[in-house]
Design a binder for this molecule. Structure first.
Ligand code: AMP
Ligand code: TRP
Length: 347
């Protein structure tokens, strides 16, 4: 693949990120994504956040679930601190530029690039003949989400790193093929103590809304009792907490709980280990549960309040979509001109 050349001076900083409404959101989504989306908004950079409903249907979603999950996702963004006036908050399918640019990128990206995506390999598994074509093409649509806004920075969890590298490759190939410096070479923003929150049952698997075991994750809709019970039952080892981070090297489950604690408390993992050195999990887990409940329960309460008025959520998404469209449409028109499409229709 070609080496992208960064020319940041030509592009205004702009942040884009997305979350799939393919299930309820988890603590992993909150710490790895939502919480950081709010921090970026509060840094005063232009922020665009999207519920990527067209990505969600790459695997089957019942229409009623998809609608509810999209609204619930929007409620989670707002409850976590996204202000729909300061950020643009919308759902992907209301802005057709995503699908249109996605098609162009299907013609830029190479089959070989897509076939190497670990998410494709994981999700399609041995049954790839039966996976949707959309699941295979998914990273080209993701590149379109980002580049339809010429976004320069994308905050995501660690699992999305490979997709962002592909986005850079697509931007570089497009620029190169057409001899332009049109798309920025986007920077991933993967930072903090919880860029990969692991399953509570298996420290080698990421916490995921699609894990069949509900015990493996904390959902943003879980109540205080459920959160405490899941943390109490989380898999650990019999050793007490060490006094340095080095002591967590071969203890993935213990390290995960320390990282979660750190991210929730706004501390470094080293500070958490120093504070709890020698503690047994019997002591550490209740403290972690208390901390998790204190951070998550105001969010859950606010989400429930917002979900009682779905019309207001739809109104916010509609308004965000119009603002998103106003940015993306002129960019897409330029793309069509660059590619050589005749545009003669009177609007
Ligand atoms: P998804 O739920 O796959 O649409 O992911 C939405 C965002 O949450 C992406 O930025 C992911 O990287 C992030 N994310 C999802 N699961 C985790 C996790 N277990 N740890 C950290 N970040 C996560
Ligand atoms: N692929 C991302 C995920 O599964 C979701 C996503 C779609 C996204 N489009 C995006 C993330 C654009 C960042 C930017 O988590």
């Amino acid at each position: 693949m070609s080496e992208p050349v960064q020319t940041p001076q030509t592009f205004t900083p702009r942040i884009f990120s997305g979350i799939q409404p393919s299930g309820g959101l988890t603590l992993g989504n909150y710490l790895g994504a939502l919480k950081r989306f709010v921090e970026k908004q509060d840094e005063g950079i232009e922020t665009i956040y999207c519920l990527v409903d067209m990505h969600a249907i790459t695997v089957w979603q019942s229409p009623a679930d998809l609608r509810r999950q999209t609204r619930e996702g929007a409620a989670a963004f707002i409850a976590a601190g996204i202000d729909p006036k300061r950020s643009i908050l919308f759902n992907q399918s209301q802005v057709s530029a995503h699908a249109e640019l996605g098609w162009i990128f299907n013609c830029v990206a190479r089959m070989g690039w897509m076939g190497r995506m670990t998410q494709w390999k994981d999700k399609a598994g041995k049954n790839s003949e039966n996976a949707s074509l959309g699941l295979f093409a998914y990273p080209a649509l993701m590149a379109a989400d980002i580049l339809a806004y010429k976004a320069t920075h994308v905050p995501v969890g660690e699992d999305q790193k490979q997709h962002l590298e592909l986005t850079r490759d697509i931007a570089a190939k497009f620029n190169n093929d057409y001899g332009v410096n049109f798309f920025p070479i986007t920077e991933p923003v993967i930072e903090g103590a919880a860029t990969r929150v692991m399953s509570l049952r298996d420290g080698s698997k990421k916490m995921s809304k699609s894990d069949p075991s509900d015990q493996s994750r904390i959902n943003l809709t879980d109540d205080a009792d459920a959160i405490a019970a899941k943390i109490r039952k989380a898999k650990t080892d019999p050793e007490p907490l060490p006094d340095t981070l080095d002591g967590l090297k071969d203890r993935p489950e213990a390290r995960n709980l320390v990282n979660i604690y750190a991210a929730l408390a706004g501390l470094t993992p080293a500070a958490v280990v120093a504070e709890h050195a020698g503690a047994q999990f019997g002591t550490f887990k209740p403290r972690l549960a208390e901390l998790a409940v204190s951070v998550l329960s105001p969010i859950t309460t606010e989400m429930n309040r917002l979900m009682a008025d779905p019309a207001e959520i739809d109104r916010i998404l509609g308004e965000g979509s119009a603002r998103a469209e106003a940015i993306a449409r002129p960019i897409l028109d330029e793309v069509y001109d660059i590619v050589g499409m005749v545009r003669s229709r009177q609007v």
